[in-house]
Design a protein around this ligand. Structure first.
Ligand SMILES: Nc1ncnc2c1ncn2[C@@H]1O[C@H](COP(=O)(O)OP(=O)(O)OP(=O)(O)O)[C@@H](O)[C@H]1O
Length: 466
């Protein structure tokens, strides 16, 4: 247990260390002023702070009260007041600000203070045990809201369970709409401090200065319009998770500031002179290719490496299309109508391409709930939906596009014949002139190729004959 003794009198600090010297497993730190105490709290993990109220010769000095308030807001240390009995009014204030207990300097002895500290030590140990148990229990739980049983999703979940137990930065990558935000929520819920805040900021959604102020906070008068002091998310998050969504959009100037927070563990609100400690965990997400942005110098390489300590990749819906029936059922349950997707409709949707991933599937169900005239959803109902924005596209579409291109070709002549010849010729090239292999590529019998080639004997084919 690390105890910080804050008193402007060296003799008072000495008395306390002597009184507490009988306690085993205790390390002492000393501070003679508010500044020294703040520095020590920033640099080290302190368990208990023994705080004198007056930290200078000035009879009106109440720096100890300021410190108690800061300790409560920004650290996990427990403040205990150690002061003179003449300061009863200040002691009351300190207790209101969150001091855990108080001890009077007059008649200070180990029987008075040691039991308080031993009690705190027991409480700390129990808290740690609860955290470990919670983390273990969370690791067993399925994260709420993540639907699917595919092998790809199971692999993702087992990675999430392991990563949740760490408090190092985590980078969640994957195409748009795949559930990166859900993954961050799961990481927080299964982590060691699920009751601490999970605060989110979308790095692409707001102007740079506003974002800086939201992240770091600002002092009164720090910029035009800053009429009062405001805490930012870095402070408000405490020991929780700070979720930086769309991290690729973070302006370069803020990238530098975020890097400092990750490296040094503290931050400075806009217009402030003092640094404040950051105790949270950073989770960042993006669908962008960060490595490519690093190459283009649009994203700092050092920040990329700092964020990418633990990487979680969320697979696209196409890589886990077995989950589509379960996801459909999940989104249908959220509707007010008792929709039922026929097995043909489910089958069709499972074979579609979903560039917008799970979000696009969810939007489709929302649209069905609004526009479908019957509760029974068949392929015909799907094809009759107005507009196509929320609908998946058929994976056969590229073929349709190709056919359209050929049909639009200006030249006259038999386009069917030309298309057939072009396909055979391409298959022969890919098969290096082997007719049997070319026939397999085309899905026809070798004889069919020979017959068609026979029709065009005058057109020489490259490559050896088999
Ligand atoms: N496995 C899942 N189970 C249930 N719902 C899911 C699942 N994955 C995603 N969703 C839903 O899909 C929608 C999109 O998910 P989310 O916002 O987490 O995606 P994202 O990857 O963060 O997207 P973007 O990169 O565009 O921000 C949300 O409504 C989310 O609840």
């Amino acid at each position: 247990m690390k105890i910080l003794i804050i008193d402007d009198h060296r003799s008072a600090r000495r008395i306390l260390t002597t009184v507490l010297s009988s306690m085993a497993g205790v390390e002492f730190r000393e501070a003679a002023s508010l500044d020294e105490a703040q520095r020590c709290l920033r640099e080290e993990f302190i368990d208990v702070a023994l705080v004198d109220i007056r930290l200078s010769a000035d009879a009106c000095n109440t720096d100890g009260l300021t410190l108690i308030e800061e300790i409560r807001k920004c650290t996990s240390a427990v403040p205990i007041v150690v002061t003179a009995s003449s300061e009863m009014e200040e002691i009351r204030k300190a207790m209101r600000l969150g001091a855990y207990d108080y001890v009077l300097k007059d008649g200070l002895c180990k029987e008075l203070i040691v039991p308080i500290l031993e009690g705190l030590r027991d409480r700390r140990r129990l808290e740690q045990e609860v955290q470990v148990l919670r983390a273990r229990e969370g690791a067993q739980r399925m994260p709420v809201g993540m639907v699917g049983t595919s092998a790809a999703l199971q692999r993702l979940l087992s990675l999430v369970r392991r990563v949740a137990l760490s408090d190092r930065p985590v980078l969640v990558l994957g195409p748009t709409g795949t559930g990166k935000e859900l993954v961050v929520r799961a990481l927080h819920a299964m982590g060691a401090r699920p009751d601490a805040p999970l605060l989110e900021i979308n790095c692409g959604a707001i102007p740079e200065q506003l974002m800086e102020s939201q992240l770091f906070g600002h002092e009164r008068g720090a910029f035009t319009g800053a009429e009062r002091r405001q805490d930012g998310l870095m402070k408000a998050v405490g020991q929780g998770t700070l979720f930086l969504d769309e991290i690729a959009e973070l302006p370069l100037s803020l990238q530098a500031k975020l890097l400092r927070v990750l490296e040094a563990g503290h931050f400075r609100p806009i217009g402030a002179t003092a640094e404040q400690p950051f105790h949270g965990r950073v989770a960042a997400a993006t669908h962008a290719d960060l490595e490519d942005l690093v190459r283009q110098r649009r994203f700092r390489e050092d920040l990329y490496f700092r964020l990418n300590v633990l990487e979680v990749r969320v697979p696209s819906l196409e890589d886990r299309c077995e989950d589509i029936p379960a996801l459909l059922a999940h989104f249908v349950q959220q509707q007010r109508r008792p929709l039922r997707f026929s097995s043909e409709a489910v089958d069709l949707l499972t074979r579609m391409a979903w560039p917008g991933n799970v979000r696009q599937l969810r939007n489709l169900v929302d649209r069905v709930a609004v526009f479908a005239e019957t509760d029974e959803v068949t392929p015909e109902v799907l094809s009759g939906l107005p507009g196509r924005s929320g609908q998946g596209t058929s994976r056969e579409d590229p073929l349709k596009e190709l056919v359209r291109m050929v049909l639009r070709m200006p030249e006259a002549g038999d386009k069917l014949e030309r298309l057939e010849q072009a396909m055979i010729s391409e298959a022969m090239t890919l098969a290096e002139g082997n007719k049997s292999a070319a026939a397999r590529l085309l899905g026809v019998h070798r004889k069919a190729i020979e017959r068609r080639l026979g029709r065009k004997e005058d057109e020489p084919l490259s490559g050896p004959e088999d």
